[in-house]
Design a protein around this ligand. Structure first.
Ligand code: MSP
Length: 707
């Protein structure tokens, strides 16, 4: 039997879950449910990352032992998974993995021993003892290079992490190192040979360019006098393993790597390799370090690594407990159904891109797409079947002459057209979901809803019902609407399990949607005469003003809820460092130059290689309010990575798909640690120099030159 193994990252046990954590779980849960529907034996892992200095510190602040701290946070995660229907009881995860589990210790020890005995592809020892000197961010659990921190103005103060804005720890001690620098070629070969190893493609390019930039050996232990809350290095308990070595290994220990009993219960042989779902902020650990550890240990590589974007607050900053701008799960759960939240997360966030969270947008989607869209289609269809057909699904058969008659009045009840449309939509939906393009997949489903809504409105069943001669047409319209609903339930089950199953039951259909493969749907298999069930509203309409007021008063002024365990004392907000010169041409500056230097020759202008580009991805970068990081297709084999100082005026999401003008032969330069391989052209005006991006009124292919 085919198997599939999907994982979320395991969450730090230092602070309580928020929307960002919930999102990864929703994506994983949806993916697992789709696979199960297809009859694939699926294992879904989530859990907590419980070791390390960050947990040790959170515990100390809260007056708990590290284990108590971990247990405390785990209880909240368990509560969240139950509340949002993600636990095993609701058909969600198969294991809630904890890195303090004894079988995990055994497995990690086994991996360490294998790495310690391994030679690198370049023939050196994979593990060696050395001395580490540098900066470490406890919140990221990562060593930081110069382009990853901001130096303090006061020389006595440590630099601060660019992501968390918290002070870094200075480290100077003996350490075990993993010889990562010897794995560059092997990693690049892996990315080359397996195009889908890291997805989306833009992330794969990013990872490959990081590796091409040169890898440094990685410190994989701390002295146990500095960090005691962790797994001791085998045969050398003076050292504690680096928490990422321990944490990443959970993906294999959970299914029995290094532990016979666990292997029998879960099945390493059966389920490995896994597909890892991660936020883009932890991609490097998964796509560079983890594959290299596995290569050293001689373990098969993961099935793939899929990175999603970040939920941002309304000001465009990544939501995080450290920044205190998270969306509270209690407020979400109180005002919105689980299905509405799942739908919103998958529909609103273009997968791989960052997305801004707003309660208003959530209410709008819940009202328009769910209450007025799917909910209304369901209730009107079922109510009409109850009213006009004594609650039984009528026959969908319609004679040629009635069909023609209906067509002449603008009503398309032709079975083959509808069946063809819906089958095609189903296939597109599947492809988009396979590519994690949930937003597009759901757009496709809503195009089905629009189509059937139109059929009903055109047909006016309430008028048809008044004329006995129109009985067949009435029945045909209602059958098609009901059959479409059945398909919608099957397709939408992984996204909205509760609501879909509810509509399915109201349609009078028995059994669970969890095992119905959308690929096996055949038009017309909804049995005639099915007795519809009790009709109840599935998506109640929300009063926007009242809901917003309630949310505002319930959440604290900042919309944040920080418990004593999460508050990080002494973490003032960073002052934005001097803005980096945005890589753009400003028309006003150009004018000034013309004024000074007079005319240029055409040959001078020809030196500037201006090309038509299309923005493929766009996102903000941490701690740079003005910069957008984009990948732009300018007709070359690979898209260009370009930074532009437009983030204050252009939403990242809205840039995707836009045609822009790119200076293609500008010398690449590094900004905030990212290489900018071109420049986006914009006009600028007003005192602030507001940028307005140059674009085209007509269609033009990517790569076309401007001359
Ligand atoms: N413990 C590590 C992962 C180890 S996996 C072997 C960790 N934990 S975390 O709790 O900080 O983050 C877990 C996941 O939550 C990451 O995928 C991260 O991207 C995700 N998110 C945290 N904040 C987020 C947003 N604001 N938006 C979307 N996802 C975010 O990293």
């Amino acid at each position: 039997m085919e198997t599939f193994y999907v994982t979320t990252p395991i969450y730090y046990a230092n602070s309580l879950p928020h929307l960002g954590h919930l999102y990864t779980m929703i994506v994983a849960d949806t993916t697992a449910r789709r696979k199960r529907q297809q009859g694939i034996e699926t294992f879904f892992l989530t859990g907590t990352d419980e070791h390390g200095i960050n947990i040790e510190r959170a515990a100390k602040r809260a007056g708990r032992t590290p284990q108590e701290q971990a247990d405390y946070v785990v209880s909240y995660y368990k509560q969240m998974t139950a509340q949002f229907g993600l636990d095993s009881e609701h058909g969600g995860y198969d294991i809630f993995m904890r890195t303090t589990a004894p079988f995990h210790y055994q497995g990690v020890n086994e991996l360490w021993r294998r790495v310690a005995a391994a030679k690198t592809p370049k023939g050196n020892d994979a593990l060696f003892k050395g001395h580490y000197e540098g900066w470490f961010c406890a919140a990221c659990a990562a060593y930081k290079t110069e382009d990853e921190y901001v130096k303090s103005e006061n020389a006595d103060e440590p630099p601060r992490c660019l992501i968390h804005e918290t002070p870094l720890d200075s480290i100077s001690e003996e350490s075990y190192f993993f010889r990562l620098s010897d794995y560059d070629e092997a990693l690049l070969e892996l990315y080359d040979s397996r195009a889908d190893f890291v997805r989306p493609e833009s992330r794969r390019n990013e990872v490959a360019s990081f590796v091409r930039g040169g890898l440094q050996d990685l410190s994989v232990s701390r002295l146990s006098t500095s960090v005691s809350w962790g797994i001791p290095v085998p045969d050398d308990p003076a050292h504690t393993m680096y928490v990422w070595f321990d944490a990443l290994t959970n993906y294999i220990t959970a299914i029995g790597f290094g532990n016979e009993e666990r292997q029998k219960a879960a099945g390493f042989e059966k389920f490995w390799p896994a597909l890892h779902l991660v936020g883009k902020d932890i991609l490097r650990f998964h796509a560079v370090y983890w594959p290299a550890f596995l290569m050293a240990a001689g373990v098969e590589q993961p099935r793939g690594i899929v990175a999603h974007g970040m939920w941002l607050d309304p000001n465009g900053r990544k939501m995080s407990k450290t920044l205190g701008n998270t969306v509270e799960l209690d407020a979400l759960a109180k005002h919105f159904s689980v299905d509405a939240i799942r739908y919103f997360c998958l529909r609103e966030m273009v997968f791989g891109q960052d997305g801004r969270f707003g309660y208003e947008a959530l209410i709008d989607r819940a009202n328009s797409d769910l209450a007025s869209g799917l909910g209304n289609l369901s209730s009107r269809t079922l109510t009409m079947i109850a009213r006009y057909c004594e609650g039984r699904v009528p026959s969908g058969k319609i004679s040629e002459d009635k069909l023609l008659l209906a067509k002449r009045t603008g009503v398309d009840t032709d079975e083959t057209t509808i069946a063809g449309f819906i089958e095609h939509a189903r296939d597109e939906f599947q492809i988009h979901c396979d590519n994690f393009a949930f937003s597009r997949a759901l757009e496709v489903v809503w195009s089905i809803i629009a189509r059937v809504d139109k059929m009903i409105s055109d047909a006016k069943p309430w008028d048809l019902a008044k004329d006995d001669n129109q009985r067949q047409t009435l029945n045909a319209v209602l059958y098609r609407a009901a059959e479409t609903l059945r398909w919608l339930c099957v397709l939408l089950y992984p996204v909205m399990p509760g609501a879909s199953q509810n509509i399915y039951a109201q349609l009078g259909l028995p059994g669970s949607l969890s095992t119905i493969d959308p690929g096996g749907l055949r038009w017309g298999e909804l049995p005639e005469n099915t007795q519809v069930g009790e009709i109840t509203p599935v998506f109640p309409r929300l009063d926007k003003a009242r809901t917003m007021t309630a949310i505002k008063t319930e959440t604290e002024p900042t919309g944040v809820h920080i418990t004593e365990a999460e508050a990080i004392p002494g973490a003032p907000t960073l002052v934005e460092s001097a803005p980096t010169q945005p890589p753009m041409i400003h028309a006003s500056q150009a004018d000034a130059i013309v004024g000074v230097a007079n005319f240029i020759e055409i040959g001078d202008f020809a030196k500037v290689d201006l090309r038509v580009g299309e923005v493929l991805t766009a996102e903000r970068i941490p701690k740079a309010d003005k910069l957008l990081l984009m990948s732009i297709d300018i007709g070359e084999e690979k898209p260009r990575q370009v930074l532009a100082g437009i983030a204050q005026y252009y939403d990242a999401e809205k840039m995707v798909g836009r045609k822009v003008v790119v200076v293609a032969n500008l010398k690449p330069r590094k900004l905030r640690g990212y290489e900018s391989q071109g420049m986006v052209v914009a006009a600028s005006y007003g005192e602030e120099g507001k940028p307005v991006i140059a674009t085209f009124a007509e269609d033009v292919p990517n790569g076309a030159r401007l001359k």
